[in-house]
Structures are given as structure tokens and as C-alpha cells.
Design a protein. Sequence first.
Length: 416
Amino acid sequence: MKTFNIPIIYRSPLISAIKERRKQQDRMKKDFLPTMLDFGPVQVLLARHFGFCYGVENAIEISFRALDENPGKRIFLLSEMIHNPHVNQDLRQRGIRFIMDTAGKQLIPWDTFRPDDIIIIPAFGTTLEIEEQLQARGVTPLRYNTTCPFVERVWNKAEAIGKKDYTVIVHGKPGHEETRATFSHSRAHAPTVVVRNLKEAQQLTAFIRGTEPPGRFYEIFKGQYSNGFDVEKDLQRVGVVNQTTMLATETQSIADHIKEVMTEVYGLSPANAFDRFADTRDTLCYATNDNQSAILGMLRENADLAIVVGGYNSSNTSHLVELCEQQLPTYFISSEEKMLSRHEILHWNYHTQQELHSSGFLPEKEPLRIMLTSGASCPDALVEGVLRKLLAFYGLEDKIDEMVKHYTRQNEGTAK
Ligand code: SF4
């Protein structure tokens, strides 16, 4: 896979060395068990896959290039480039301004833009309507376009099935930048409706079965369907695509459920199921699949708690938390600063969208075993920061440098 030029401040020598070691040992990515880092009284299980994905590295490289190539110009990002506050803050400090917030609220009015402004499209992509807004002001929006190719793949899939007269069902969070962009691209080619979760998919299939009056569709899915959506006509042939970072198991259940209902309602057989249900497979990206599989691999081990590092508004990170918390106490933090002491921690509850203050997050036992991972938009340097602070609580911080040397030696030995 292509490598990117990422500022060194986002890298971690230890984590780079560990990832390189695991890559050398498992080039086909078949082993999802975590890496055990044994520091004596503290043992850390580091997930097999985590941290910056292809799309995030691509977006960071292009954004920093836009800064280098355009000294003196006004440079804007349509919204947060990725869902990581540290990376976004770095870009702000280098002079980039954000046109919208994550929810799509306009922070800088369109009529203030000039043709020589530089506008960067974030990794989530953007809507056709916003591209038109920029073009109308003479700005070339695609010059610094960091839309992830895996997001574009979803748009292409939606377009392809739309052209075959299927309606597109998008499994995603309706307010998320990526889902808003996917909805916009999809509805240009096909009737489109967004379902947030399995419950909404089940509400939708009630209309396929005809057990709900059609008028209810427009109330339940308000703001989530394309203009002119005809619930009686447009649910006869459907296909499912997703926001790339959804929970894989939920995406699968939604596709299975809708296919089952279509099969039942239209008396389909395996031979003709695709007449009514498009074969999209799932459109999650490789990083979502790898990171979620790595969590499942890690959860095969025992531990006392899990720490997941990432931006609080990061969809892919919240799904890693969701998986971990089914099995053990899990703390979702944005950086090591949230670990206030050996006893106190500030952590995000994504269900209630609140930051909580908890005590006694590190149980008094030896060895203490901690699972550690991060989302696809989280720099490895932040994960190393968390690791260093955890070890410092136990007077073990010097062990990190020994660990770096150990992995570097191993990697060099393999390379010879
Ligand atoms: S999580 Fe997947 S779709 Fe999103 S930026 Fe990363 S590689 Fe692209």
C-alpha cells in the first residue's frame, strides 16, 4: 500500500517498530491477536491494527502540501479534516480555517470566498451541493480533494446500482459528514434513504411488507430520504451501502434482514434474489474491518480494562469502544491528559455524549492487564503518550525506551 509523508509529530517510534514487526511476521494480515507488552507489574495488550488509515494519511499529506504550496493565500477546510481534535488543532495553528462545523453549521459565509482561495475537501468527501456553491464562486474545489478512495468506492457502488434501477439504502449516521456526502451523491442517481441502525432497517421493512401505512414513512425517515421518494414504488428493488466506519456486524444484520424480507415478500429464491436485492456486499473500508477484527482478536484474551484513544466525535472509534465495553470496563479518552492520576480519569460516554469523571479506573492488582487501541484518525504519538503516562503511574516509564530498542533490534535482525 502507498506510503505517505506524515509529520513526524504524529508518529511513535515504539508503535512504528511494533507495527513493522507484526507486519514482517504476518504479511497476509491473518493474525488478529494483540501484541503483549510485558512491563512486569503492568501488561499491555496492544491491538493488532489501529491508528492512521490510508484515507487519513492521504488527507494529512494533501492538507500539509496545500499549506506548503500556497504561502500567503487563504486556506480553508470545508469542515474537520478528520475526527481528531489534535490534528485539527495543528491545522488551525498553521492558519487553516474551517468553513463548517461537524454538524454542517456554516461558520464562514459562502459569499466571503474568492476565486484565489484554497479550499480543502476533507477525507469524508462533500456533497454535490457544496461543490456547486464553491464552483459558483470560482473556487476549484477539487484541487486539494482529500476524499478517501474508500468513500468514493461507496459513491460508485450507489451510482452503479442506481443505474440498474435499485433504490439505495445507506446504513449510516444521518448527521455524519460522510453519510451526508454519500446521500448527496447517491440521490443524484437513485431514490435514496438512510437508516441509522437495525431498528430503523426494521421500520423500513414494515413498508416493504406493507404492514405500515405509507404516510408514516415520511414521518419516521424525515430528513433521511431523497426528494420525490415514493414509498410504494421505490422499495421494490433495493441495495444497501454503508458509511465506511459502521459496525461490521450491524451492517451485516441490516443487509441480511432486508434481503430476508424481500425474499419473503416477493417469493425469491437464491437464483433470483438479485432481481430485488442488489449484490453490494458490504462497503465498509479495510481499516474498519481490520480494526474491528483486531478488537475481536484482542477480546479473546483476558484483561482488567480497555483504553480506546480517539476523537470523541469519531464514528469508527466509538464502534471500537462499543465492542470492548461488551466485555470489560472501557475508557474512551482523547489523549493522555484525560488520565488525571493513577486513580482519576475523564472519559467519554458516547451513548449520552458526555464526558464522565471516574475514580479507581486502574484496579489495585498485579500484574494489571490493560487492552490498548485507537481509532483510524488517531496519531500513534497519542497512543504512546497514553502508554507512557500509564507506566509513569507505576514508575515504569524507562521501560518504554528498552522496548523500542528491543523491537528495533528484532526488525533489523529480520531485515538482514
Ligand atoms: S476509515 Fe476507511 S474510509 Fe475512512 S478515511 Fe480511513 S480508510 Fe478511508
